[in-house]
Design a protein around this ligand. Structure first.
Ligand SMILES: C[S@@+](CC[C@H](N)C(=O)[O-])C[C@H]1O[C@@H](n2cnc3c(N)ncnc32)[C@H](O)[C@@H]1O
Length: 355
């Protein structure tokens, strides 16, 4: 059952209230069910993962808690910024490192925006507390925090005790209890390494998620797929495509087509711009600038849809004529058409998994 935004906001506030109240007992009450031996082995294993990853340069730690990882990150980092929503946790973390060595920020991660970019973003035991409804937004935040080519490392677990599962196994809502008996609702998404890796791959990340040998833990390390290192490629110069130009003889007609017929998101500020997901289409009229008009040919913009056949049928019902049959390349489908200016477009959907 999907939660309303208001319920979700309340749940996230309660989760933060839980960690605020739990701060003094956080370390002693972590994973009592595992037993000291397993817990210590897992801690050692995860600490080795962090050392092998070597979080160098400018490092950002999200949801730092009482400083579980902060001193270790500091040993590798040139600068370290650690963010947490609980002032109680931030105080404990600050006490775990030399004064002034870490920039601490007290902020709600579901609202916070970075004021700079980092070489590494790290989060320990945080991702499982991000509800699936906010998963994509959280990863957009991670992307926003990273310098071009920056790296991500996270460690986490999917551990939920039977008495926490107040809504059953399938729900990510759990109830946690403090030693004084107070109970709080919280989120614990039981990610598995394979599912999580696949989800991130689909979102444009190249992150390997691996299970730990000891305990129910896992970690993920990687980067944005676009920054996977290619010899001779310098990610520092061109970092992304800002917009795709759409030449038109009638910008108003073109905008109506893209926004009303195709359903692209109109830009809030610019009349001549609209958005296909993260890509901005900038409509312009060459003739107004004294240039001859020519439509874009053979460079079809591949507009992503999940189901090409269904989307084609919907657009045909709106009067769009497609050029020929839908092409099935063996990994994806393409259905070709043009906008009112004759610019080449296609509906595109890949059905084969990326390898
Ligand atoms: C499971 S603890 C992880 C702490 C630490 N990283 C570790 O590995 O032990 C989750 C942390 O998230 C913080 N937190 C919870 N909700 C938050 C929010 N909305 N914004 C920022 N931090 C939040 C809590 O205060 C807590 O320190």
């Amino acid at each position: 059952m999907s939660r309303s935004e208001r319920d979700l906001e309340q749940l996230l506030s309660e989760q933060l209230a839980y960690y605020r109240a739990r701060a003094p007992e956080y370390i002693e009450t972590a994973f009592p069910e595992l037993g000291t031996e397993t817990f210590d082995a897992a801690r050692r294993e995860l600490a080795e993962v962090v050392d092998r990853f070597a979080p160098r340069g400018d490092v950002l730690e999200l949801a730092c808690g009482p400083g579980t990882w902060t001193p270790q990150l500091l040993r590798h980092a040139d600068t370290l910024t650690s963010v947490d929503g609980s002032p109680e946790m931030v105080r404990l973390a600050a006490a775990a490192v030399p004064p002034g060595s870490v920039r601490f920020v007290e902020a709600d991660l579901f609202r916070w925006r970075p004021d700079r970019r980092y070489d590494v973003v790290f989060f320990g035991f945080w991702l499982s507390h991000v509800p699936l409804e906010r998963f994509e937004a959280f990863w957009s935040l991670v992307a926003e925090c990273l310098k071009p080519g920056g790296r991500v490392l996270f460690v986490d677990d999917a551990f939920r005790t039977p008495d926490e599962l107040v809504e059953g196994e399938r729900s990510s809502l759990i109830q946690r209890r403090l030693t004084d008996g107070r109970t709080y609702r919280a989120v614990k998404v039981p990610h598995t390494p394979k599912e999580l890796e696949g989800r991130l791959t689909e979102m444009g990340w190249r992150i390997r998620v691996a299970a730990s040998a000891s305990g129910p833990f896992f970690w993920g390390a990687g980067t944005r797929a676009q920054y996977v290192r290619v010899p001779g490629y310098d990610p520092a110069m061109i970092t992304k495509l800002d917009f795709v130009a759409i030449p038109s003889r009638d910008a108003k007609r073109a905008r109506t087509f893209y926004v009303e017929t195709l359903g692209l998101r109109p830009d809030e500020h610019a009349q001549a711009e609209c958005w296909a997901g993260q890509t901005c289409l900038g409509i312009w009229e060459p003739e107004r600038l004294g240039m001859p008009f020519a439509p874009q040919k053979n460079g079809h913009l591949a507009l992503h849809v999940d189901d090409v056949d269904q989307a084609r049928a919907e657009l045909e019902a709106k009067g769009i004529e497609f050029a020929g049959e839908t092409l099935d390349t063996g990994v994806c489908k393409m259905a070709f058409f043009t906008d009112p200016d004759g610019n080449d477009l296609m509906l595109h959907g890949r059905y084969a998994p990326y390898e």
